[in-house]
Design a protein around this ligand. Structure first.
Ligand code: C5P
Length: 242
């Protein structure tokens, strides 16, 4: 297990509009280390929302899931890193040249700005896709085989890790080794509402399966006291790590 402090492992998904996002950031400041900005918030607010979170002291996972020709992805990764993102996502199925271009983009941003290089994680198979959906796009292999193929493609082209369900984290950890980032959404503290998530694990179980970082949204952001909900998860992870 990577030796990472519990607060550094939790990425709070901020899936709401600007006012609520800034309120949440204000509440979580001094507690949470990471926030995740997805497409909905980013396409409404642009790079300024990343800078506003950075100015409040957060690390930012900018989850835009790049997938385009290599030249475009290189520029996207460079721009996103220059906006201040610490972690970015890219689709593994975009292929080796596109993955390497994403890495080149974040390398260039780091050389230009002097900032630490943004890390990259690859989406293997979207968890919304099942075997039938994969077959519709021409992939006949089992989902697990396709995910493993894309994880290896990503890691051999300069990508730092992957995003996967906690239920796939263990084989992915075995495949990618101990230094890879393994970021898992679908995390629910015991007793929390599932919402639209179905294949879930508790924070401690996700950690035990090999996750390095946990993306957790509504159990924190929809709680009557988001800070208390966040701190309860920190306590659970700290206990699981000791
Ligand atoms: O609110 P909740 O904890 O379900 O939020 C999870 C976050 O992780 C959301 O931002 C969602 O878009 C993202 N996500 C997910 N399942 C995946 C990939 C990403 O829930 N397979």
């Amino acid at each position: 297990m990577l030796d990472i402090e519990a607060r550094e492992r939790i990425i709070v998904a901020i899936d709401c509009g600007r006012e609520e996002a800034l309120d949440l950031a204000g509440s979580l400041s001094g507690h949470a280390s990471w926030l995740k900005v997805g497409m909905t918030l980013y396409y409404a607010e642009g790079p300024s929302i990343v800078r506003e979170f950075k100015d409040r002291g957060f690390k930012v996972f900018l989850d835009l899931k790049f997938h385009d020709i290599p030249h475009q992805v290189r520029g996207a990764a460079r721009s996103a890193a220059l906006a201040g993102a610490d972690l970015l996502s890219v689709h593994g199925c975009g292929g080796a040249a596109m993955l390497a271009a994403a890495r080149n983009g974040v390398d260039e941003a780091s050389q230009t700005s002097g900032l630490e290089r943004a890390r990259l994680v690859a989406i293997t198979v979207l968890t919304s896709m099942d075997q039938a959906a994969l077959a519709q796009v021409g992939v006949e292999d089992p989902v697990a085989d396709q995910a493993a193929r894309l994880a290896l493609l990503a890691s051999s082209n300069g990508i730092d890790g992957i995003v996967c369900s906690p239920q796939e984290a263990r084989p992915m950890r075995e495949l990618l080794g101990e230094d890879a980032l393994i970021v898992t959404p679908g995390v629910r503290p015991a007793g929390a509402e599932l919402g639209d998530q179905s294949r879930v694990a508790t924070p401690a179980a996700a950690l035990d399966a090999g996750a390095s970082h946990l993306v957790i949204g509504r159990p924190i952001t929809s709680a009557s006291n988001p800070v208390a909900a966040y701190e309860a998860i920190v306590a659970e992870l700290t206990a699981a790590q000791s």
